[in-house]
Design a binder for this molecule. Structure first.
Ligand code: NAD
Length: 501
């Protein structure tokens, strides 16, 4: 019997009623392994009804009690790590060790969110005016939603729900329809950890369920991660409706390689950053910018040697460096881009097309692909390919490399590889991207800093996780108070001013 994934509403699994389903593939075999129910507007409304009711008591629960449930949840996820990682790999295609990383980087933020009692503290000023104290408090928004992509089916839902729940909100997750298994298991583990019913719910679905979440006035905020066109449209719609949204989109992350860098170290770092998880990471390096022709020649040679030695295999193969792409459509898209690069005149140094994994000929595999002498007008440079394709764009000097990174439409992350502290510091200060690595190829900040790209990689004012997450999921109320004993000023018709004495 085909496995079916439904919704999680009010503390238990609820069968979908729409009769509409999406297929869930096993990317390693290329076969359908199950189907996921796509919610109707009424089903989403039911989840919002439940969330609204449940949030009243949860929002009134003190932050320390809430944080203790987060702690139990973290332990439960770790106890179930093997099962969760296997499920994640079977739906997404990433190798098992990488699935553990996906889950652990999510827990990193839930652990940070356990600091909610501290992070939710307001400010206080004693005697802001004569006998007047001023203080601020952070209050939950109410019902909030997360809409998340396929490529980190554990990490990104956890980045959203940890801080949202710790702040006293009820959270509704609309995960990707491609790999919905882990989000549903996380819902069960939240319940097992003691989270009240209705505080973490999952509605599976497509545009219909996202629209229903957007249009219901009771949902106050949206944390979206996915492709740029959808991020931008959700941000625009939320703004029109006067709601809060942070929407993170696609990326084209560059690594600048200075002539003084240790090129063996660089090539080792780059091969993982470009091809790990089949390039399906928003922080993957997809463009290498060696500075100077000598650096470029040496780097391309080292990268070609390494790329040819990589093992591409099924997600449960412990020897595989990376697994298949998530879907046939993703495979077709990557192959199409490789053709576009060739047609545009880029030098195809390593061609990943036509790779077959023995016994898994229908799997969605593509081998590591390396292009040299790419120019900035080519589609393989301008577009996010989201596959194991690395473009080398040669720069004559540092300034040209810096400008290239800053001028790109996307501004998620970037890195510089150098031994020159001056160059590294200058790069970190001047480059126009949200996250920077210095000799760190994938600079994903730790949970207590914030994560967010600039330009077409992010829409909204506040970043994900870190202190920004608590600002995003709460509203600030400021109270000015005075107690009347001993104050006899009579009526005043002047705008209240600060202390003027
Ligand atoms: P996607 O945009 O196709 O889907 C993201 C979410 O939006 C899913 O839940 C999907 O069901 C929903 N969705 C799809 N079409 C919709 C529509 N028309 N209206 C409303 N909702 C819709 O993205 P994806 O393919 O799942 O994920 C890959 C993308 O995510 C890449 O572009 C990657 O760079 C990006 N990403 C960005 C970050 C970041 O932090 N910037 C992190 C991870 C992934």
């Amino acid at each position: 019997m085909t496995r079916e994934v439904h919704h999680y509403i009010g503390g238990s699994i609820v069968q979908g009623t729409s009769g509409r389903f999406a297929d869930i593939y096993n990317p390693s075999t290329g076969q359908v392994q199950g189907k996921v129910a796509l919610a109707t507007r009424d089903e989403v409304t039911k989840a919002i009804d439940v969330a609204e009711e449940a949030q009243k008591a949860w929002g009134a629960t003190n932050p320390q009690r809430r944080a203790r449930i987060l702690g139990k949840f973290v332990n439960l996820v770790r106890e179930n790590m093997d099962e969760l990682a296997a499920l994640l790999s079977s739906e997404h295609g990433k190798v098992l060790a990488d699935s553990v990383g996906d889950i652990e980087r999510g827990l990193d933020v839930v652990e940070f969110a356990m600091g909610a009692p501290h992070l939710l503290k307001g400010e206080f000023t004693d005697d802001a005016g004569k006998g007047i104290d001023t203080y601020s408090m952070r209050q939950p928004l109410g019902v909030v939603a997360g809409i998340t992509p396929f490529n980190f089916p554990a990490m990104i839902p956890l980045w959203k729900c940890g801080p949202a729940i710790a702040s006293g909100n009820a959270f509704i997750l609309k995960p990707s329809e491609r790999d919905p298994g882990v989000p549903l298991r996380l819902a069960e583990l939240w319940t097992e950890a003691g989270l009240p019913d209705g505080i973490f719910q999952v509605v599976n679905g497509d545009k219909e369920s996202v629209d229903a979440l957007l249009e219901d006035p009771r949902v106050k905020a949206y944390g979206f991660v996915g492709s740029t066109p959808i991020a931008q449209s959700i941000y625009t719609r939320a703004a029109e409706l006067g709601k809060r949204a942070q929407c993170f989109g696609g990326a084209k992350n560059h690594m600048v390689i200075m002539p003084d860098a240790d090129l063996d170290q660089v090539a080792d770092a780059l091969v993982g950053a470009a091809y790990g998880s089949a390039g399906e990471r928003c922080m993957a390096i997809s463009v290498a910018v060696p500075v100077g022709q000598e650096t470029a020649d040496a780097l391309v040679q080292k990268m070609a040697e390494r790329a040819k030695k990589l093992t591409v295999g099924v997600s449960e193969d412990p020897k595989a460096d990376y697994g298949p792409l998530v879907a046939k459509s993703a495979l077709d898209r990557v192959i199409d881009y490789i053709g576009q690069g060739e047609a545009a005149g880029a030098e195809l140094v390593v061609d990943g097309r036509g790779l077959k994994v023995e016994g898994h000929e229908e799997g969605f595999f593509v081998g590591p692909t390396l292009f040299d002498k790419v120019t900035t007008d080519m589609s393989i440079y301008t577009d996010e390919i989201f596959g194991p394709v690395l473009c080398v764009v040669r720069a004559n000097d540092y300034e040209e490399a810096l400008a290239m990174v800053s001028d790109h439409e996307y501004g998620n992350g970037t890195s510089i590889m150098t031994r020159d502290g001056d160059a590294a510091r200058d790069f970190a200060h001047r480059v126009d991207t949200g996250m920077v690595g210095i000799n760190v190829p994938i600079p994903v900040p730790i949970g207590y800093y914030t994560f967010g790209g600039w330009k077409a990689s992010g829409f909204g004012d506040l970043n994900q996780h870190g202190p920004d997450a608590f600002r995003f999921y709460t509203k600030t109320k400021t109270v000015t108070e005075r107690w009347p004993s001993g104050i006899k000023e009579g009526a005043s018709f002047v705008m209240p001013m600060g202390d003027q004495s």
